[in-house]
Design a binder for this molecule. Structure first.
Ligand SMILES: [Mg+2]
Length: 253
């Protein structure tokens, strides 16, 4: 990974869409601050489409899409669902069997002492089953991941949640399907994320600019894909570095 600071604004003047993870990427200490909302407003005012893509439930991403300035759609539940306010959520992948996923979670608790707690936002999830991460460190998460091996269910985590899924969660696959429908060239897209569930966003051979917040460097060995560029800072301050670069790029044209 190279520092994002090495990218020249002129090199990114063709970026027309930013797809960003939410928790740990747009947030700072778990909250969305005014400077980030202003940055999103500046991006969209400059004609750059902004798409939040989150592991959060359909119901929560709907709220983001409705209220963030200039944002009209997003992707929820790690790439499973497209969210457009005032429309029904749309599956981007095969619908999941949540009862099966919950049975695997119960099995982890019963047979492996996992002590998983279903997320409080479970009522607004459509396809995903998630549990509170509750501060579990990587060795414990890897132990749980190994415990589901062979069940046909995959376990992945973000900075806040542990997800069980029937297909390996891939935010990038969901996005590529949408870009195809929207007629957006992936080379005009910048992606940014912070955690393991963002690895699908880091298709550096496909997307125009792939960026990790500084947190990506802390657990680089766990990622199936790495971004090409790394922010100087973690969380929202990394995101703001990307926004500044893209806005400078717009002005350079
Ligand atoms: Mg995240």
């Amino acid at each position: 990974m190279r520092p994002l600071a090495e990218v020249s604004p002129a090199d990114v003047c063709g970026i027309s869409l930013v797809a960003s993870d939410v928790d740990g990427t747009l947030t700072r200490g778990g909250k969305l601050a005014a400077d980030v909302v202003d940055a999103i407003a500046a991006l969209t005012s400059a004609g750059i489409v902004f798409v939040p893509i989150s592991g959060r439930p359909a119901g929560e991403v709907l709220g983001l899409c409705r209220y963030l300035p200039g944002v009209t759609r997003g992707v929820a539940e790690n790439g499973l669902l497209e969210i457009v306010p005032d429309q029904a959520p749309r599956w981007l992948q095969a619908p999941t069997d949540r009862a099966l996923l919950k049975r695997v979670g119960e099995q982890l608790n019963r047979d492996h002492g996992a002590k998983l707690r279903v997320t409080g936002d479970d009522f607004c999830r459509i396809g995903d089953v998630a549990y509170e991460r509750d501060g579990r460190d990587e060795p414990e998460l890897l132990r749980l991941q190994a415990a589901v091996a062979g069940t046909g269910v995959h376990l992945v985590w973000s900075n806040v949640h542990i997800h069980l899924a029937q297909a390996i969660p891939d935010k990038g696959a969901g996005l590529l399907q949408l870009f195809d429908e929207w007629g957006v060239a992936p080379g005009q897209v910048a992606t940014i994320g912070d955690s393991l569930n963002d690895a699908g966003l880091f298709r550096r051979e496909t997307f125009g600019l792939t960026v990790g917040t500084a947190d990506v460097a802390r657990h680089a060995e766990l990622f199936s894909r790495m971004p090409e560029f790394l922010c100087r800072h973690a969380e929202a301050d990394g995101f703001l570095q990307l926004v500044d670069l893209l806005l400078d790029g717009r002005q350079s044209t």
